[in-house]
Write a protein that binds this ligand. Structure first.
Ligand code: GDP
Ligand code: MG
Length: 394
């Protein structure tokens, strides 16, 4: 609370002056009264800020939600911020092509129909060179020439095959989008768009926060929230604990498309199983006894495509799933099944004294700005209603 500390310092100096000069110095008294009033105001203001904590495993979409909130209810991205994403976007391109090329070689060795994964002789040299570039920490700017090589390799049948069977590789979700936009990304005067920034993948380390009001800053009666984004990988989670006190709501992001993928930090562990265990652990935390839980079943866009090709039952948690129909209806059926699993987990992991916590589930695609806006309005409404109930006004 830097503002409060500053006020206390100010008060200290004004008090000592009033003692040394004149006890009844009205000017100093007025100052002290004013300071008291401001402290009171600040304290009240702080009390009205609701802390929202984004939690979830790595790559579940926490930072994308955070960016959307910045775009929707805060300052958006400045030109400088957009520009700062150039190297991130280019790094995502290099990482993607490296993962795909190295992955094709790996699959050619372990799969029985290995010839499908062998790139054409023309592209082999490009692949080796790009794979080497992808492992560097300092990537060069993505020039038109390099982008052309990447495009040729991306279009190679073996790379496409690897892409569609790459659930065991760590292919980022932004792969297709950036590969489709290579020409634009390699313009010498390229400035990332808002959309590029939303797709860009940076592994979060530490904690970032943003203060906002979902009805817009101009509307005074709106609730004020402070949203915290944290790193989701296992080695980041120890930093979470000190944020847990006094949290109004946890927004737990679960990427429901990840049921056939393995963890970045442990390739033997299914991502959905990790999410299940993590959700269970978070629900059982003592300091969340009265905290509201907003569960975002995220990456629905990927889920709806995947579920029609890869059976849900490949994941241990969903072993008892049996598809009934096909097409859109089947997607709904699968989604409802997953939702029910999370609901069951919630009630199992919430001791009887905690079942009166607010628990809501939302279907989200963090890249979809309109949907995120709508979802946050709902979250805001729920939390406001909860507030009124607690104050005995409802
Ligand atoms: N297609 C799709 N991609 C998403 C969605 N949410 C996040 N992503 C992408 O997934 C990657 C990881 O997301 P990020 O927000 O960094 O995850 P975090 O590790 O939980 O902070 C980024 O490339 C995002 O653009 C979603 O709902 N749909
Ligand atoms: Mg993140």
């Amino acid at each position: 609370m830097p503002a409060l500390c500053y006020l206390f310092e100010g008060m200290g100096s004004s008090c000592s002056r009033s003692h040394s000069v004149n006890e009844a110095n009205t000017e100093d008294n007025l100052k002290a009264v004013e300071i008291d009033r401001r402290i009171l105001q600040e304290t009240k203001a702080e009390q009205h800020i609701h802390r929202l904590l984004l939690l979830g495993a790595g790559e579940s979409g926490k930072s994308t939600i955070f960016k959307q909130i910045k775009l929707l209810f805060h300052t958006g991205f400045s030109e400088a911020e957009l520009r700062s994403y150039t190297s991130v976007v280019h790094a995502n391109v290099y990482q993607t092509i490296k993962i795909l090329y190295d992955g094709s070689k790996e699959l050619a060795q372990i799969e029985s129909d290995s010839s499908k994964y062998i790139v054409s002789p023309d592209n082999k040299e490009k692949g080796e060179r790009l794979s080497e570039l992808g492992s560097r920490l300092d990537h060069p700017f993505l020039t038109k020439e390099i982008a052309q090589d990447i495009k040729n390799l991306w279009q190679d049948a073996a790379i496409q095959e690897t892409f569609s069977h790459g659930n065991m590789l760590q292919i980022p979700d932004c792969a297709q989008y950036f590969m489709d936009n290579l020409e634009r990304l390699s313009q010498p005067d390229y400035v990332p768009t808002k959309e590029d920034v939303l797709y860009a993948r940076v592994r979060t380390s530490g904690v970032v926060e943003i203060q906002f009001s979902p009805v817009g800053e101009s509307k005074k009666s709106g609730e004020v929230y402070k949203l915290y984004d944290v790193g989701g990988q296992r080695n980041e989670r120890r930093k979470w604990i000190h944020l847990f006190e006094g949290v109004t709501a946890v927004i737990f992001c679960a990427a429901i498309s990840e049921y056939d993928q393995t963890l970045f930090e442990d390739e033997t562990k299914n991502r959905m199983m990790e999410t299940k265990e993590l959700f269970d652990w978070v629900l059982k935390q003592k300091c969340f006894e009265k905290t509201s839980f907003m569960l975002f079943l995220n990456k629905f866009d990927i889920f709806e495509k995947k579920v029609q090709k890869v059976p849900l039952s490949v994941c241990d948690w969903f072993k008892d799933y049996h598809p009934t129909t096909s097409g859109k209806q089947e997607v709904e059926h699968a989604y409802e099944f997953v939702k029910k699993k999370f609901e069951e987990l919630y009630f199992q992991s919430s001791k009887p004294d905690r079942v009166d916590r607010v628990f809501k589930i939302y279907r989200t695609t963090a890249l979809d700005q309109k949907l995120v806006k709508k979802t946050f309005k709902l979250v805001d409404e729920t939390l406001r209603r909860r507030n009124l109930m607690e104050a005995g006004l409802l």
